[in-house]
Design a protein around this ligand. Sequence first.
Ligand code: V47
Length: 353
Amino acid sequence: MTLVEKIRAGQRINFDEAVSLYDLDIFELGMLANEIREKKHANKTYFNINRHINPTNICKDVCKFCAYSASRKNPKPYTLKHEEIIDIVDDVVSRGIKEVHIVSAHNPETGLDWYTTVFSKIKAKYPDLHIKALTAAEIHFLSEEYDKTYDEIIDIMIANGVDSLPGGGAEIFDEEVRDFICKGKVNSQQWLEIHEKWHSRGKKSNVTMLFGHIEERKHRVDHMMRIRELQDRTGGFNCFIPLVYQSENNFLNVKEFMTANEILKTMAVSRIVLDNVENLKAYWVTSTVNLALVSQEFGANDLDGTIEKESINSAAGAKSANGVGLEEFTSLIKNSGFSPVERDSLYNELKVW
Ligand code: V47
């Protein structure tokens, strides 16, 4: 049986086979991924109406790829007060937004309560608003800074109304590459342990992969394999999100940039490898809207959402600071031959647009 036949038969592939997928012609690879997408989701493309809130950019860690944290290259530190965060939430809820995605830098000056009690304030006011908040990197930081176990931080988050975990901070799990790009913050094993603990409470999370910097294809596949292994045990990941590296205003000196061809191949490989993760998100913020639309034909069935405002990737050069309008977003999905389906944060379908 050839590798292509094996995939068509729905059989699981191993590490070497997954790396070798990159040698396939891009259209053949895309077709394979598309067949899986069609089986799982037909021509539906999910999105949600959400708002990103990034409450502080003061960070004790230095990730070389990050342009968001206040540093020599971005010397504009800020920390929002809870009242300012609630004002933003009041405004977005009044305009129909159903999810807030709240992630910050690792600010040692605020105290634990600043990080966690804002969620209970939001929940008390808006019980139906989904709070997706705190990456595993933040949970690790809070656990170290305030001498609490991961379990304790997770239980505080749940008690305060956090509904799900975003996928940030995963970067690349390979230890050597990770040490080079973000030494000092949550390591790979800890990142996975935190998500496993979260899943053990019956809660869902996402998982990202930062690619297009110094990593090689084998590191991306290794990243996917580690996710697949955890997902076999917990089933807690809703969605895999490959994030294309943005190169401006940071300390990672990357000379060769990722081509669209390589981005699309990576989407397709991840659709094939991650046979146990239902959704593959093309995050238009880092891939550009047009490539995200093409990604729909390479396995992606989710385009995140309207976002409204985004600070982390736009600081590194992504053209996403102000999000995208709902009408435009849904028209683009339709015009590219797919059916835009608004979903909630847990992938229940809300409305076909
Ligand atoms: O973890 C930072 C990445 C992530 C850069 O869970 C960069 O639904 C590219 O995790 N180039 C935060 N990426 C964003 C994130 C996310 C986004 C959308 C949806 C979800 C979800 C999660 O942004 C960080 C880091 O990997 N990032 N700097 C950069 N220069």
